[in-house]
Design a protein around this ligand. Sequence first.
Ligand code: 3PG
Length: 307
Amino acid sequence: MTKVLVATEKPFAAVAVEGIRKVVEEAGFELALLEKYSSRQELLDAAAGADAIIIRSDKIGEDVFAAAPSVKIVVRAGAGYDNVDLQAATAHGVVVENTPGQNSNAVAELAFGMMVMAVRNCYDGTSGSELAGKSLGIQAFGQVGRNVARIAKGFGMSVMAVDPYCPEQVLVDAGVEPCKTVEKLYHDNRFISVNIPATPETVKSIGYDLLTSMPKNGVVINTARKEVIDEEGLARALDARPDLKYFADVRPDSADDLIARFGNRVFFTPKKMGAQTAEANINAGIAAARQIVAYFKEGCERFRVNK
Ligand code: 3PG
């Protein structure tokens, strides 16, 4: 029987696992569950007998593919697949897919949760400011960026976005001002929402120059990946500009140092939780299960990300 392993170091909500189980079992497949695992060996042992694996930010590389020769497809229940070694997957003939858009509203809502927290001084009771009438720059107009834009309108913000891979008309249709360069985005907007993936092109791309070019009382919200920040440049910028704030759902390596130096001008969730809602878990988890069924039953590879 085709065996589908859900391997999530950070588990889905129980209701999402039930939904995944239903899809998998209705297809006549078997579900195996490995949640909150703490060692690599546990993952390798669980993967060994699987034909398909559903993951979240779990790291999947050569060791997993070598230990699990029967695996034919890995689906990342979520958007970013920088945690999967695509080259190794291709070398082992494994299809890798993601589930774009399924958890993006949850991430966008958290971005606003952090934006409000930043302008209300981490709810310390002191006088803060409002989002209405302020300018927001969205860095990348993918599924999360689009949800951020939609919610920003409700807050009464003006919205600009930069995305070299997205047709300008998509931004215009969403009532968003297209911006040609990342430099202009940071220079012109008091709030920035970082929604870029971690790629060789974007890693460490946000640093001192961009951050210090922001208007007074600039706030950067990063719900994307820690790797896109040049942490040394971030610390220098926060030092040079006591009015700047950096709030992130992706804890930087230097988090403790940044908190010690800059207090509540920085904030980091203890564990990435942008997509950690029952709704996002259900959407992404069930989409992943359906994609696996479609792959085995119909040969469908619509969401394949490796060649
Ligand atoms: C994603 O890329 O989909 C988000 O970063 C969510 O990741 P998670 O599934 O680890 O919460």
